[in-house]
Design a protein around this ligand. Sequence first.
Ligand SMILES: NC(=O)C1=CN([C@@H]2O[C@H](COP(=O)(O)OP(=O)(O)OC[C@H]3O[C@@H](n4cnc5c(N)ncnc54)[C@H](OP(=O)(O)O)[C@@H]3O)[C@@H](O)[C@H]2O)C=CC1
Ligand SMILES: CC(C)=CCC[C@@H](C)[C@H]1CC=C2C3=C(CC[C@@]21C)[C@@]1(C)CC[C@H](O)C(C)(C)[C@@H]1CC3
Length: 598
Amino acid sequence: MPTVRFQSGEMVMGRWPGSNLYYEVKVLRFSPKSQLYTVIYKDGTELELKDQDIKSATGFRTRSRSRSRSRSPARRRSRSRSPARITRRSSSRTAAVAAAAAITESTPNSRRDAKLKDVLEVRLKPLVGGPAKPEAKVEAEPEMSQGRYNLRRRKDDGDAKAVEVKQLQLEEEEAKPTTVPAATSTTPLDFGGRIGAYFWLLFLPAWVLFLLLQVTLVDPSLANFPPPLPPLETLFDGQALGIVLLWTLFQALLYILPVGKLSEGMPLRTGERLKYRTNGFFAIVVSAVAVAAAVYQGVDLTYIHSNFLQLAVASFLGSFLLSVYLYVRSRYVPPDQLALGGNSGNVVYDFFKGHELNPRIKNFDLKFFCEMRPGLIGWCVINFAMALAEMQEQHLEAPSHAMILVNLFQLLYVVDGLWNEEAILTTMDLMHDGFGFMLAFGDLVWVPFTYSLQAYYLVTHPNPLGLPALIAIVAIKLLGFYIFRMSNSQKNAFRRNPSDPKLAHLKTIPTATGKSLLVSGWWGVVRHPNYLGDLIMALAWSLPCGFSHLLPWYYMIYFIILLVHRNSRDMSECRRKYGSAWDEYCQTVRYRIIPGIY
Ligand SMILES: NC(=O)C1=CN([C@@H]2O[C@H](COP(=O)(O)OP(=O)(O)OC[C@H]3O[C@@H](n4cnc5c(N)ncnc54)[C@H](OP(=O)(O)O)[C@@H]3O)[C@@H](O)[C@H]2O)C=CC1
Ligand SMILES: CC(C)=CCC[C@@H](C)[C@H]1CC=C2C3=C(CC[C@@]21C)[C@@]1(C)CC[C@H](O)C(C)(C)[C@@H]1CC3
């Protein structure tokens, strides 16, 4: 068993991929399974390095400024090439090799050629769910190992953050194992940190309760705070709990049926790719048939409307128990199966944020299942039940136009998500986030019971729509859907096969992780075109409910907050992963979600 020479938090010298240059890096962690150290460079790039590519800082001697200046390779700036230059995509060369080569091309002459020329093996694997890259074997050009080196990009590369790198000389002495600093979490905490986690844990369920109590009122308003609380014992109902359990089991059964494609997820830190049964479309079709058969058999679906609160409470209990299970099991899994966040050491924060990346019971992926099945399909069933309840309440022979629009729009959203289920495997939740209370509650309670509020609202708040309004709302929905689908599919196709001939016209930025960033097409318009499309669709979901109350606009308001926060979370994550390449992308694509505005 090899010894772990370097500890988390230790400052060491890490070899830059494809060169003999050593830079000061901080050790983030060591994976016993892959035997790789995750280190962070000063420009924010994180890489996994082998033990032999790391030297103890004591193995280096810093040359004095006066001695090294005259020979400083940093002065030969015309030669240095940023790994983050925008390129047209080349199918023959991997981005990883291109990025590495870009750096090694910088210094063709060296006095120590013979001594230092070697074959360098560096695993250019993304830290969090990047594409599978075989070990990139880069023949390193001889490199100056003394003098002043700089990873600063050329002037023409814009004003991204410059990175000063120490002038260093490698001493041919064996690095000694160093003392062990306490292993601490290096990932910044989201959601207001530990205090924030307490707050969200209490606030989110309370907010759902607030919304569900409001929507039953004739005049729902924020001014009705606190809303009239029903007696606590009426909130829990055994039958509602049974229905929620049966529904979840039914969806689980459909999920495990050997029907549909087995799709591969993005590569994990270990290089492994998990398989997912992507039969979501099949699941919603069977569910629709089952619900239709139940209605035909006389099952009264308006039960959902009249017992909405009880069903939500039952789902909350389920999501809470699931989160407890997830937290407990996350304490026993190997470190390389954990997400980067959620390891604060604080029980409440870790419980809330989630720690294990892909909790599975055999092949049953809990995160994927919860995100795509019971809540999402349940949301459509709830909407349908609201349409029936509206007909009953308002003595209609058919649902109102507004109700039909809300039902169809949201059904299209869900069906599209399930039809393109594979695309979820390249989203933030699946690739980066641990599975804990936030997602479990979000998937099983928040989505079905708050995303259906527009339909619920329309049951008792009719809003007749004229033809022009109908046409305008449909046009808005279609525009949003087009942007949403096209941009999500473009990114998904690119992440799955960067050499896809259909994407050959797009410009990309290579990054040191081996992945590239799209910088033209949809992803060249704004940094999150998919969020823009989603927001336009959200507008179309609220418009049918009119402007009499704020409640049906709640989704739109919440969604703006969610996506702005998600965008900033994603930006810091990408900055961490891609370093200066990300800055380059942000320089080129200036707006985050709305072109020219934000
Ligand atoms: N209805 C709802 O409640 C919600 C809906 N959504 C929707 O879900 C979808 C997925 O959203 P989400 O997971 O947040 O984010 P994205 O699908 O946008 O994924 C972000 C990731 O995409 C990759 N990426 C970013 N920029 C580029 C680029 N220029 N070129 C190539 N890859 C890039 C990065 O991952 P990497 O480089 O590692 O591949 C980044 O981490 C969206 O359409 C969103 O609107 C999201 C949240 C809630
Ligand atoms: C306030 C709170 C508890 C937030 C948790 C966030 C979750 C509700 C959302 C995080 C990402 C989501 C996605 C969808 C639903 C909402 C959650 C779970 C999604 C499945 C909806 C359907 C889309 O087509 C989608 C597949 C793109 C989407 C993926 C992200």
